[in-house]
Design a protein around this ligand. Structure first.
Ligand code: NAP
Length: 546
């Protein structure tokens, strides 16, 4: 950088391409944003690091990858024709089907012609005088537009822990979030998996079926429920599609953006034990992340939470045959639901196989990756393949991976050093005309991501239309409104058990990351009303300049 905030090596001005808006990312957020902006008549350039569309579903191709929101709800609602014509095969769609769907959407709405693939955005600089963003990419593009929209995803920067000797491993080292497109053959191999979050819990049963031997290195035992995935039957789909308009409307106002998971009204503690057990048993049989929303106090009251956690702990004990393994797999250090609850297909049953060994690395920590495998404090493991299911630098990682700054010298990295600060998760004060889709401080990862994406994209598209009609060239979050919003996000989180868990929601999985509860827990329905009110009051809490 030079002193005046211009990037060194900036090409001459005539190499700069001008657009009305720049969108970063061609996952579900970027695709829909492009579609909406184009329908407003705007000229848009989208940059995408991958070779194709789909975002998280483009990169996470590991065997067993599957969405934990039902496919009929985890899909766009903006086009009645699209939702009527697209045929989902399974209750919970597998990654290849979701990627096919993303590609279908890109083709159906002719989106590819405005997307530059295999192109990673390196920096975005706001010119305070001219009111435009200049974006530089790793392929040497320089583009300029009054508005820049970050659709970079919440779980898109994979985290590879810095194990001693990590790069010395002679075998195959993989991360679930960067899976090779050509697939991996585990037949007869000695495989290690580090991590038992949603990705680990999905990939472990699949690898176990193929591998010679599988070692699972678990630091934290996790709560998981059987997904009860199945092929969708035509009658159910027909009824669902006939009701789509009402179902989508319910989803838009539901706390998790899912019609099938409404707001609970009963307290777990107000019910007799036998009644509660029946409710949990029905929840277990149903197979849904809605399990922690069966009662209104499960995520706020430790005693209520224990009733649900104990139910799942007893299930683990009943599935896993070896009592010592069952004990090690039983979560005891966090409240159920305060780390993302998992849905699995035969996860706990996998530990009854002779070719699977659980290694508890909380008791016996990983000391190093070695050329031949992995060494814990007490043992050496020879491995052909090591799979890191170790998660992501979530919510802020991909945003801060781009050098975002203004011509007056402010950087997003400095502003967010103690944790992200936004107004409504949509904008951050000091960075005008920069929108974030499902940014920190919005419901995002606590909801059906597609419901949240549609709400943000629609709000941004309406905002840009309103600004154009009023001749406004610059919109910025007001700092005092941002402060109040951040305080509100924290207050709501502090009324729950969530902040007590060492989860990626608080950045605990990344050493040195500020511990802040990043998503907004107020529910998508309430949040949607709030955003709509803000717009209706002339963008209350934002500063507009003509
Ligand atoms: P994750 O939930 O962050 O899990 C990472 C796992 O790796 C944890 O078990 C963690 O242990 C372990 N780990 C990390 N660093 C380690 C280290 N240095 N040593 C030992 N163990 C280590 O990541 P994820 O499983 O990829 O899931 C992330 C999110 O993506 C999910 O919560 C979900 O929102 C989304 N996702 C969804 C689906 C789905 O829809 N079904 C599937 C996959 C992912 P600790 O718990 O001790 O930190």
């Amino acid at each position: 950088m030079t002193e005046n905030g211009k990037i060194a090596g900036t090409p001459p001005a005539d190499d700069v391409q001008d657009f009305d808006a720049i969108v970063v990312g061609a996952g579900f957020g970027g695709l829909y944003m492009l579609h909406r902006l184009r329908s407003l008549g705007l000229r848009v350039r989208v940059f995408e690091a991958g070779s194709g569309v789909g975002g998280t579903w483009y990169w996470n191709r590991y065997p067993g990858a599957r969405c934990d929101v039902e496919s009929l709800e985890y899909s766009y609602s903006f086009s009645e024709e699209l939702q009527q014509q697209w045929a989902w095969k399974e209750r919970y769609a597998a990654q290849p089907d979701i990627l096919r769907y993303a590609n279908h959407v890109a083709d159906r709405f002719d989106l590819r012609r405005d997307i530059a693939f295999d192109t990673r955005v390196r920096s975005a600089v706001f010119d305070e005088d001219a009111n435009h963003w200049t974006v530089h990419t790793d392929r040497g593009d320089t583009v300029r537009a009054p508005f820049c929209i970050m659709a970079v995803g919440c779980l898109s920067l994979p985290r590879l822990p810095d194990f001693k000797g990590r790069d010395s491993f002679r075998g195959q080292l993989l991360h679930t979030g960067l899976w090779p497109a050509e697939g991996v053959d585990f037949s007869g191999r000695r495989v290690g998996v580090i991590g038992t979050g949603s990705s680990g819990i999905q990939v472990i049963p699949e690898i176990a079926r193929q591998a010679g031997h599988l070692f699972v290195f678990q630091r934290t035992a996790n709560f998981s429920l059987p997904a009860r995935n199945r092929a969708l039957d035509e009658d159910h789909v027909g009824r669902f599609k006939a009701d789509y308009p009402q179902i989508r409307e319910r989803a838009r106002h539901a706390p998790a953006g899912i019609a099938g998971i409404p707001m609970p009204t009963e307290s777990a503690l107000s019910q007799a034990d036998a009644v509660r057990q029946r409710v949990y048993e029905a929840g277990w049989e149903r197979g849904s992340t809605g399990f922690t929303r069966l009662y209104k106090d499960l995520l706020t009251d430790p005693q209520a939470n224990d009733t649900a956690a104990d139910f799942v702990r007893a299930k683990i004990a009943s599935i896993v045959r070896d009592p010592a393994v069952a004990r090690a797999l039983t979560p005891r250090n966090h409240f159920i639901g305060t780390k993302r609850i998992c849905l699995d297909s035969g996860y706990f049953e996998t530990y009854n196989r002779d070719n699977v060994t659980l290694v508890d690395v909380r008791d016996d920590p990983i000391e190093a990756i070695t050329p031949a495998g992995l060494r814990t404090r007490s043992r050496e493991f020879e491995l052909d393949t090591l799979v890191l299911a170790t998660g992501f630098d979530a919510i802020t990682g991909a945003l801060l991976g781009i050098d975002i700054r203004t011509s007056s010298g402010a950087t997003l990295a400095a502003k967010w050093a103690d944790g992200p600060r936004t107004y409504l998760g949509l904008m951050t004060a000091g960075f005008p005309n920069l929108f974030v889709i499902t940014g920190p401080g919005s419901p995002s990862v606590l909801t059906n991501m597609i419901s949240s994406i549609e709400q943000h994209v629609d709000w941004i598209a309406t905002c840009l239309t309103d600004l154009r009609e009023r001749g406004v060239r610059r919109i910025e979050a007001d700092r005092a409104s941002e402060d109040r919003w951040v305080e509100h996000v924290n207050e709501v989180a502090d009324q729950t058990l969530f902040p007590r868990a060492d989860s990626w929601y608080v950045g605990a999985n990344v050493p040195g990351k500020a511990r802040v509860f990043m998503p907004y827990l107020g529910g998508l329905g309430n949040y949607r009303l709030r955003c709509a009110e803000v717009a209706a009051r002339g963008y209350e809490g934002f500063v507009l300049q003509t």
